[in-house]
Ligand binder design. Sequence first.
Ligand SMILES: [Zn+2]
Length: 713
Amino acid sequence: MAKSNRRRRLERSKRQARASQKRTVAQRRQAAEETVRVVLERYDRLLDPGTPPAELADLLSEHYDGQPVSSRLAARMMANGSSPERLAGVAEVMLAGGTADRCTPSLTALTFAAAAARAAEDTGTARRLLDQALDATDDPDTRIYIIEHLRASGHVADAIELLEVRLCEAPDDDDAAERYGVAIEEAYAHVNDESAAGGCPCGLGAPWQECCGPRERAALSRFADRSGLIALSDAVSAYLATSGYGRAVDDRVAETLPPTEDLDWSPAERAALGALAAEHALLTARLSADEETEDSQGPLGPPDADDTDTPLAAFAADPSAPAELAARAAAWREHIHYGLWRIDGPGPAPGLWCTDITSGVTRYAEFPAEFTDRMPRWAVWLGGIVPVDGIWRSTGQGFRLSPTEGDAAAELVQAAATTLIHAMAGKPKKPSRLMTEPVRFGRAEPLGVYVDFDDPASPHMASLLGKVTGVLLPRIVAEVQLHRSAPPALRNTDGDAMCLITAQIRVSDAEQAARHLVARPDFERDADDQTRVAWYGLRIPAAQRAAMLAEARAQLRADRYLDADIEDPSTPQRWIRGTLQVRDGELVAEVNSRQRLTRLLDVLARIGADPVVTDEKRIDPAQDFASPAGEDAFPRGAAPPAEGWEKYWLDEQVPALRGRTPRQAARGKERPLLEALLRQFEYEADLLATEGKSGVDTGWLRQELDMGHDPDD
Ligand SMILES: [Zn+2]
C-alpha cells in the first residue's frame, strides 16, 4: 500500500547514508535530468518565434506524437512572440501534411489548428476542428485532452456535458472527475459574475445569457440536485421495510455500535453514528447465518465483489426495482468510497475538493449545503462519497474531524489495511499495536500533510482502504468522541500546567536584583538588551547536544531539506523558563506557569529583593495544543500575537513536535509535524470565527516561522 510504502521509505531514509543507495539515486537523477534537458530544448524551439513553420510542424508532431497538443500551448507561443498568422501558417502545413499522406489529419494537427484558429479569433473554425478531433477517437484518455481544449476555448457547457457522459460510464476516472470539478467551478464563476452581460466566453458572438449560459446553469442544477440520491435512499428504505434485510441491517448496526453507556455523548450524535452505521450495513449485512460465519474469516471482512446477499446488492437485483434506481444502487455498491476526506478549501464554488488522506484519492464532491457552509479549513470528513449518475456526492451521513483527529484515524486505517493485506497474502501477522491500543490522537504521523507529497494509491489499494475505513467507522467515531470528552492538559517543559503570565513585580531595588540574579548560573543578561534577563532551565549536556545535532543534520539531508541546516549553537543550549525586564524601577516577568512564577518569587525573596506582585496578566490555554481536543477550540487571549500566547509558543518545547520548539521544528525534520499543527490551529480558528471569537493568529506564526501553506516552501 502506498502509505505504508512511504512510511517504510521514510524509515529507510532514517537509517539512510548507505553509499550505494545514494549512487543509484544520483544515477537515476542524472538520467532523469538528461531526459528533461532534451525535452526542454525541444520545447524551447517550439516556443521560439524564429523556428521555421515546416520545422515547427515536425517538432510538434514529434513532441506530441499524434496526441492532442496542450491546451495552453498556443497562448505560450504567443506570449513568446509568435503571431496568430504564424500559428495559422504552421497549422496549414500540419493539416496539409495529413492530406498529403492521404490519411486524416492527426489529433496533434487538429488540436493545434483549433488553437491557432482560436488565436485568430475564428471561433467557428476552432469549434469545427475540435468536433472533428472528438469524432476521430473513442479513447477516453485522449478525448479528455480534446475536451480540455473545448473548456479552454470557453465551451464550458459542452465540456461538462461530455465529462458527465464519461463519468456515468466510469465514475472512477480520476482525470475526468478532476476536470469536471474545474469546469463546474468555472460555470459557477460565470453565473456569479455580474459583468457577464458581455459576449459569451465561447466567442460565438451572442451574450452569455443567451448562448452557453442556460446550459451552464443547467449543469450547475444537475450538480446541486440531490433528488437522484434521495430517491434511491427512499426506495432502499422501503425495500428494507418490506424484506428481511431491514432486520439484517438493524442486527448489523447493533453489533457494530459501541455500547451507549461507554460514551458520554448526545442523543443526536449517537443517532448520527447509527445512521452512518446503517448506511454502511447496506454493503455488509447478510440474511443468512451461514454466510455470516463465512464472513467472519477476518474482523475486517471486506464486502466481496460477487456477493449478492447484501441489502444494496439484493435491491439492485430486485426485478421490481425501477431500472434507474437499480443502476444507481449498483453504482453505489461498486464505487462508494468511505474515506477520511480532507477538505481542500473550502472554496466559494458549489462543491468541495476533498482528498482522502489514507489513499490520496481526490474528488470534487457535492455536499448538502448545511455541511458545505460549516466546513472549516483542513476539516476531515469521515464518510462515504458516492457517484450518482456520474456526479460524486456525499451521502449526507458522516462526521467532521479535526486535522489531528483525521491523522490519528488515518493511521489506524492504514495499520488495519496492512494487517488485512498480510492476512490476504496468507502471511498473517500479529496486528500492529496501532490496532489494539487507543487511537493516537495528537501523536500520529501527519498523514494529512504527507498525502500531498505522495502518489495516490492504486485503484485496487484505494478501494481496499475505502472498505477498511467503512468497517472501522464506528470505532473511529467512538474513539474521537472519547478523546473529545477528555482533553488532556497543556504542560510546559517543567511539566507544569501551562498558563502564560506577565507579572509586574515591585522589588526593593530592581537594578540590584537584576545584578544578583545574573550572578546565578540560571540567569543571564540579554546581550542585545541589557535591561532584559533570561531565566534558563536545565543545561543540555554537550555530548547529548552534539548527538542531537548530528542526528538532526542527517535527518535534514535524508528528508531532502538540503538547503536547511541547523546552526551549531556556540553557547550551551538551554530552555528558557522566562524573562525579566527592568522597567520603571520594577521587574516585569514573563513566565508560562503559575509554578514558575512562584519559583521566581522564591528566588527573588532569597536574594533579599522583597518581591511584591503588583499586577498580573494571565492567558490561560484551556487545552492541550500538542494534542488539541477536537471541537473544543481554544480562543486566543486579548494580547496581540507578538506579546501573547503565540510569542511564547514559538520557543516552547511542544510534545507534538517530539519535544522540539516550533522555531527548531521549522528548520528541521519535524517541519511536517509543525505544518500539521498549524493547520489544526487554522481549523480551530475557523470554528471559533463562527462564534465571533478569534483563535490563534496562525498568519503571524507562519510569518515568524517562515512557513507558507506548503511545507516545502
Ligand atoms: Zn457560448
